[in-house]
Design a protein around this ligand. Structure first.
Ligand code: NAP
Length: 312
């Protein structure tokens, strides 16, 4: 068992929320310690070009953007460690505890920015090789790369329907592939899909294999009832089958919604006064790098305000 000296501020997560919080906290002399988790950089590591982050008119690669954010935070004194917190105990708000296996870290304040993960199809065929090469979970981020191409989206919820409609701005044709014969999405969202001539719904089908040499070229479909297989040629496959927030280590510590997302008061406050939250771990609506970064800034400012109140 290793115990470390008490920190002023610990930040959990190294996506745009965590690293923006680190930049602000470091510049405010909070000397933050950032736990980067097991995917330093967060969800942007799984994208290629990011074209909608202000300041980069020619776009920037997701991993490059995250590396720049990390180096910017470090320039101001943030310390980052490539470790994932495995357990927390927030029962004493002045002495917040985080463990990395049997190493104990304590802090006066914490920003939770552990993010969320898009659910992927998990086909067991090494589908990761198609990430950013036609296989993506973010229509807002990647839709514009498929101008005049044929694409498909998997899912039957509000996200799939909303993103299918969004994709018709670019793609010449959008297939919406759903595993059942009725959509889960709300009626108005369904209507948007049914009324759009560019969208064709493929009912009762599961995507069971991704195919293509260096990029995605087609998918194998399997009929839900009969198991009959077919092939659909497409340039892009978008997955919209839900997200999972990374909140398991906060169970019993922080208030959560039934969906597992952290409950937030105002913009960044959790159920514990010394614990703040930023980014996709509590935001199941916007889920953008720039909104996460904005929330990271807010969390750091709120934390600074909290610490100043404690000291005065
Ligand atoms: P969701 O409502 O959970 O829908 C997920 C969809 O993916 C379902 O249709 C589900 O099929 C399908 N699915 C799940 N696992 C699958 C798999 N392994 N293979 C194939 N299909 C799979 O998720 P969401 O659409 O992301 O929405 C999340 C929440 O955000 C919802 O409360 C939604 O209302 C809300 N939201 C609202 C808006 C809006 O109002 N503008 C926009 C987006 C999201 P089944 O139907 O068969 O289970």
């Amino acid at each position: 068992m290793t115990d470390h000296p008490k920190e002023k501020c610990i930040i959990l997560g190294s996506g745009p929320a965590g690293l923006t919080a680190a930049i602000y906290a470091a510049r405010a002399d909070m000397n933050p310690l950032v736990f980067e988790g097991d995917a330093p950089g967060g969800q942007l590591l799984q994208t290629t070009d990011v074209e909608n982050f202000p300041g980069f008119r020619d776009g920037i690669l997701g991993p490059t953007l995250m590396n720049e954010m990390r180096e910017q935070a470090k320039k101001f004194g943030a310390r980052t460690i490539y470790k994932k917190v495995t357990k927390t105990d927030f029962s004493d708000p002045d002495n917040l505890k985080c463990w990395v296996d049997d190493e104990l870290f304590t802090a006066e304040s914490i920003i939770v920015a552990t993010g969320a993960q898009a659910r992927w199809l998990n086909l067991g065929q090494g589908e990761e090789k198609y990430w950013g090469k036609g296989y993506t979970a973010c229509a807002t981020c990647d839709g514009a790369f498929f101008r005049d191409r044929e694409v498909a989206i998997v899912g039957g919820g509000d996200s799939a329907c909303e993103e299918a409609s969004f994709l018709t701005k670019f793609a010449s044709k959008v297939y919406l592939i759903h595993r059942r014969n009725e959509l889960r999405a709300s009626k108005p969202m369904q209507k948007r899909v049914f009324d759009n001539d560019k969208i064709e719904i493929i009912w009762n089908q599961n995507v069971t294999e991704l195919r293509g040499e260096n990029k995605l070229e087609s998918v194998e479909l399997t009929e839900s009832d009969t198991g009959e297989k077919s092939e659909l040629k497409i340039d892009g496959l978008f997955v919209a089958i839900g997200h999972t927030p990374n909140t398991s280590i906060f169970e019993g510590q922080l208030a959560m919604k039934d969906s597992g997302y952290l409950k937030v008061e105002g913009n960044t406050k959790t159920s514990i006064p010394s614990v703040f939250v930023a980014g996709d771990v509590s935001d199941d609506h916007y889920r953008q790098a720039i909104t996460a970064a904005g929330l990271g800034c807010m969390a750091a400012l709120d934390l600074e305000h909290y610490m100043a109140g404690k000291e005065s």
